[in-house]
Design a protein around this ligand. Sequence first.
Ligand code: MN
Length: 219
Amino acid sequence: MTSHPPAPPAGAPGDHPASAAGRRRTGSVTRATKETAITVWLDLDGDGPVAVATGLPFFDHMVTQLGRHGGFGLDVGAVGDLEVDAHHTVEDVGIALGGAMAEALGAKEGIRRFGSISLPLDEALVEVALDLSGRPFLAYGIEFPPETAPLGTPPFDPQLAEEFWRAFVTSAGITLHVRLGAGKNTHHILEASFKGVARALRDAVRREGAGVPSTKGVL
Ligand SMILES: [Mn+2]
């Protein structure tokens, strides 16, 4: 686990031109149970740095995509009971990251709110649509046959990606649809899904107006 989150770079360049007008949107979560110890620091207006260390190299690769293609500053450190399996670690990183996202979004003033993309990675094509609605919902349309080989060492079971997204959206209050359009390679399909959610989040968190984008006046 990383010992401390990096200090937000002052005036870091990025593609969030509106951010100068308001508070810098950051969130940090420290979460410890008998199964895992997690720290997350997230800066929606950061555009880096991104550092992820969970003890699961493939999962690190995926969460790094989320930070990098989201245009975020992100530091994730996790020490989990990998001797059991990767499940607790992956789920708890999702919970902590979602909590940091909710904190960073705050009252969601001026955000675009919605984001969607069809993201290709070679033969894989993953469709993502999301709403920073405050209402947790996951529609996950990617299924891996039980015999699908896990990825990396220690192994990441591809079925864990759904558990990660469910934990993340529940904690963050996000409605998320992920659908597989095409794909054969497990690594490609998973990476396209993480990049797709990242790019959709990058659009949805962008500040482009004033007030909360809801007829209810609150999200
Ligand atoms: Mn890759």
